[in-house]
Ligand binder design. Structure first.
Ligand SMILES: Nc1ncnc2c1ncn2[C@@H]1O[C@H](COP(=O)(O)OP(=O)(O)O)[C@@H](O)[C@H]1O
Ligand SMILES: [Mg+2]
Length: 256
């Protein structure tokens, strides 16, 4: 099992990149795949043609509140991890033909809820073992990811745009990952659709992370997103999709 996380500033193209990585892995026959939307905007679902509400599924945050805070009561002999895992399986996991999907959600209770957080993390660690790939769209910061979702991932993809702030974001994200003791194998830079291609090698030199390439700006992608269409249905010849394929190739995930 490999866990791939996409991070970066808002609007850089993280969710569409995550959706296109999924398309790439699905076409390469790499099922089963789990997509995890950790974005409060929750737009990854739409980008892969999932409607959680319609499917009767709840977010992890809703299930946490429901299981530990509203229901509260004890279930003798059932650990918090087992409780949340069975709720996730029954009420949170969307099972599609080519991939499964879960959303973290927004309704998170802040404060000292260490028990639900660590129960969720342990449940996810167990539940994700059955997948070949877990893709996480994670704009909220690696410290949150580390606390609630996963403290061990394989690749972190930092999405860059044309602003200096996005280079600062990359530096800060890397520092935080180290500070919170997040385990990972690779920290990669990816040029978002607005990133100037010629700055790739400069970003690599300044930041000292491997630059995998840039996502091509493509009107059809923009159009699909605007109209709420699934990016998985883009034609295989789409230029943005082709650029994501070559990024996946540079990261060693696909071979042709
Ligand atoms: N490759 C692309 N080419 C053109 N427009 C894109 C591309 N990727 C994303 N967009 C547009 O940029 C906007 C933000 O993309 P999104 O993936 O939601 O970013 P993020 O998740 O980082 O906030 C979307 O409205 C989408 O239409
Ligand atoms: Mg997003």
């Amino acid at each position: 099992m490999k866990t791939l996380v996409t991070i970066g500033r808002g609007g850089t193209g993280k969710s569409s990149f995550t959706a296109l990585m999924a398309k790439c892995l699905i076409e390469a026959g790499a099922a089963p795949i789990l997509l995890v939307d950790a974005d409060p905007d929750q737009n990854l679902a739409e980008m892969v043609g999932v409607d959680l509400k319609e499917a009767g599924k709840a977010t992890m945050a809703e299930l946490i509140v429901d299981t530990f805070i509203e229901k509260g009561g004890t279930m003798v002999g059932v650990s918090p991890t087992e409780r949340i895992e069975s709720r996730l399986l029954a009420n949170g996991l969307y099972e599609g033909e080519h991939f499964d999907f879960m959303s973290v959600g927004t309704k998170w209770v802040e404060g000292c809820y260490c028990m639900p957080n660590s129960a969720l993390k342990a449940a996810l660690e167990h539940l994700t073992k059955t997948y070949q790939y877990v893709l996480i769209d994670s704009p909220a910061g690696l410290e949150h990811l580390n606390r609630r979702i996963a403290s061990k991932v394989n690749d972190i993809f930092e999405m860059l745009d044309h602003s200096k702030k996005s280079l600062d974001h990359a530096k800060r994200a890397y520092r935080i990952a180290k500070e919170v003791d997040m385990q990972f194998d690779n920290f990669y830079l990816v040029g978002g659709y607005r990133f100037p291609a010629e700055l790739g090698s400069k970003a690599e030199e300044t930041l000292k992370f491997k630059y995998l390439g840039k996502i091509v700006a493509d009107e059809q992608v923009d159009d699909y997103v605007l109209n709420g269409m699934s990016l998985l249905d883009l034609p295989s010849v789409n230029t943005a999709f082709a650029s994501v394929k070559s990024i996946m190739k540079a990261a060693g995930y696909i071979h042709q």
